[in-house]
Design a protein around this ligand. Structure first.
Ligand SMILES: N[C@@H](CCC(=O)N[C@@H](CS)C(=O)NCC(=O)O)C(=O)O
Length: 217
């Protein structure tokens, strides 16, 4: 009989997209191996030939699982959901599902790519902070408004969903870029509830095998 292998997650402690997947793996109680791809060391290990063969986009995360390799955090989370459905990360109700996907994509396509490392390099050191703050604030303005009609305890109702897996890492990025969160009371409240959950704590950037000592909590 073929030996069943643990999934392998290619991750970087500070990568918000990797954190989304680490939360999903923790919530679904999955055992996995982690390989660190340090995005700043050696000119960026994501550019190595070995890693490019796994993910031609040269980005983390990537997950090797069930004989395939998947890039793109939301595709990974949806695969996990379809193959390991408990606990559910997408609600059964199609309207709520649409809301979860809307918020996930707002964060994953509408905000994060604009403040990604490769984009910040293009923007240049001097303008990085203002650029990132503007991208995050503009997305958060929209999200705060959307959450007025979708949120319960979490982004959509009272169950943790894929949208929440995108929210907490993006709020951490907002903190890093010193975005004032006062105008976003709903985002802040949900984030606080999420950070109290074990799956968000064990997967947190400050508790990863590759977290530098000065950033560990
Ligand atoms: N849409 C992709 C984005 C992945 C992404 O942007 N990853 C970042 C870290 S969060 C990265 O690897 N950046 C490397 C670089 O910019 O060189 C996903 O959701 O997985």
């Amino acid at each position: 009989m073929a030996e069943s292998r643990k999934p392998i997650l290619y991750s970087y402690f500070r990568s918000s997209c990797s954190w989304r997947v680490r939360i999903a793996l923790a919530l679904k109680n999955m055992d996995y191996e982690m390989i660190t791809i340090n995005l700043t060391k050696d000119g960026g290990q994501q550019f190595s030939e070995e890693f490019q063969a796994l993910n031609p986009m040269k980005q983390v995360p990537a997950l090797k699982i069930d004989g395939i390799t998947i890039g793109q955090s939301l595709a990974i989370i949806e695969y996990l959901e379809e193959t390991r459905p408990t606990p559910r990360l997408l609600p059964q109700d199609p309207k709520k599902r649409a809301h979860v996907r809307m918020i996930s994509h707002l964060l994953a396509s509408g905000i994060q790519p604009l403040q990604n490392l490769s984009v910040l390099k293009q923007v240049g050191q001097e303008n990085q902070l203002t650029w990132a703050q503007q991208a995050i604030s503009s997305g958060f303005n929209a999200l705060e408004q959307i959450l007025q009609s979708t949120a319960g305890k979490y982004c959509v109702g009272d169950e943790v969903s894929m949208a929440d897996l995108c929210l907490a890492p993006q709020v951490a990025n907002a903190d890093r870029f010193k975005v004032d969160l006062t105008p976003y009371p709903t985002i802040s409240r949900i984030n606080k509830s999420l950070l109290a959950l074990e799956a968000f704590q064990v997967s947190h950037p400050c508790r990863q095998p590759d977290t530098p000592p000065e950033l560990r909590a």
